[in-house]
Design a protein around this ligand. Sequence first.
Ligand code: IDP
Ligand code: MG
Length: 137
Amino acid sequence: MERTLSIIKPDAVKKNVIGKIIDRFESNGLKIVAIKKLLLDRASAGEFYAIHKERPFFKDLVDFMTSGAVVVMVLEGENAVKKNRELMGDTDPKKAQAGTIRADFAESIDANAVHGSDSLENAKNEISFFFAQTEIK
Ligand code: IDP
Ligand code: MG
């Protein structure tokens, strides 16, 4: 059993597809063990994506992640980290495999519908960035 962090990004929240994206997780054996909808401020978005702070797209990424509400979730299941990344598809929706969340709901590499932790270690850090232990059931 693993846990991973998922974020439904502002583009997908604006498109009203929160439920459709959550259905992908639930239909594929991942359980929502924590969930909240919130608006990130620039400091939090920058801290969350600190690993990318030297990249040319960092400012655009912070602008985008603070442009509207996001839904932050903890997903639990067997191989949850890898399974979530498979369900998400490639970072660039044009390269994402048909049937993946990004192929079906994302427009561009910036506005790409979802975030998912890329390793078990990062998942642990990202989960504790957003949730207290008592909020995960
Ligand atoms: P991931 O979300 O698939 O893990 P990362 O490489 O970790 O992809 O990048 C984090 C986020 O930064 C991406 O989801 C995307 O929103 C944005 N991003 C990544 N590469 C680019 C780029 O080349 N141009 C614009 N935005 C990018
Ligand atoms: Mg990443």
